[in-house]
Design a protein around this ligand. Sequence first.
Ligand code: AMP
Ligand code: MG
Length: 487
Amino acid sequence: MKALDELTFDNRFARLGDAFSTHVLPEPLDAPRLVVASDAAMALLDLDPAVAETPVFAELFGGHKLWAEAEPRAMVYSGHQFGGYTPQLGDGRGLLLGEVYNQVGEHWDLHLKGAGMTPYSRMGDGRAVLRSSIREFLASEALHALGIPSSRALCVIGSDTPVWREKQERGAMVLRLAHSHIRFGHFEYFYYTKKPEQQAELAEHVLNLHYPECREQPEPYLAMFREIVERNAEMIAKWQAYGFCHGVMNTDNMSILGITFDFGPFAFLDDFDAHFICNHSDHEGRYSFSNQVPIGQWNLSALAQALTPFISVDALKEALGLYLPLYQAHYLDLMRRRLGLTTAEDDDQPLVERLLKLMQNSGVDYTLFFRRLGDESAALAVARLRDDFVDLAGFDAWAEQYKARVARDGDYSQEQRRERMHAVNPLYILRNYLAQNAIAAAESGDYSEVRRLHEALSKPFEEQPGMEQYAQRPPDWGKHLEISCSS
Ligand code: AMP
Ligand code: MG
């Protein structure tokens, strides 16, 4: 275990120089205090969880203090927002404080979000509010616990600093961890500003640091792009399998590591709804739940365009062609497991699709359905779940097919079935109304609810005594909460 002042820095991105980022100091928050910290994320930096409670921790992550070796930088990037190209975005309110190495040699970017104005703030104030910081914290750690690749969150620091959104709120900072903060939009920036040297430097940097195994391939850049395609296909398959809606899949919010990145108006589905749009400002549903799949490919094409100086168009097209089949394979594999199946049959895809259609028409809770399906044998479970469906004849027909499919799958005990299914079907997910309750308490100075919810979500597959309230269907008021995009 390390003390806070024993972190080892090696700021490789900062060394790329001023064409890539700008030195900016964090702007401190008034009366910084710990709202919540993640023990698991602390461990990534070899930090003893107890240090989160010390005053110096809140000072460091509330912008008051800095390690001597930290080199805070705001990164420049651009990106396609809602399909249109914005020539310059960049870190408008976040700073890459530096890169830290842990004992096993992994490095982690420390990124402080809400750290004040930068040259890229445009019309913004450089701040993040407590509400959105808590949402990012809970979501990052919850996705990770579900096995969905994501940036991580070390802590949220609250404050007395007033910040104006639709109303006056309080400023906060969230400390984000990721192996890289490089986005598709970084490559787009250097491509569209016609800076081939920097573009090449960036590509070398990403290849050497994050895809070193691709060096062995005959065409390293192509191998790297292929790997990015594969990782994105897998990540989005997991979003779809677990009902995660990102909400703002602009290319500046897409990580070159294929991790879930930049949390705004995201939501987990309560009732299954393929057409769900979690982002208020997304009037056309560009980023609706089911559109995430084609948008994933659209975003990869935007990245491919920016890589045309390094890779032939034909090769890029071929790599892009891998996306959909890979997505489908990962998705089907996960859905089979969610249904408790251990083998593959040709008709599994329609079996899943028919179930989702029935769920869609009846407003069935997406998470609890799968959890309850594993509680009992297939026959008992479908008999009990039947009441949740409006189209009873349709459900009965599906249930017969499912039971027959389970029977063909193999001969195992109910104990084995439950164990296997509960290991992939969470009991606790970050429902919007749960986040909302925790935020309301935190806004009035009580952080216990955020901490408890975080604890429940950090072991989503394990039934935890005393956490029953997090495993319920949402109340009616909590189902279609309008989540403000302002953050
Ligand atoms: P987002 O939609 O959160 O991914 O943000 C898009 C761009 O706007 C990024 O460049 C952000 O850094 C910037 N941005 C968002 N909110 C603020 C803010 N309050 N102050 C300054 N820049 C911001
Ligand atoms: Mg963003």
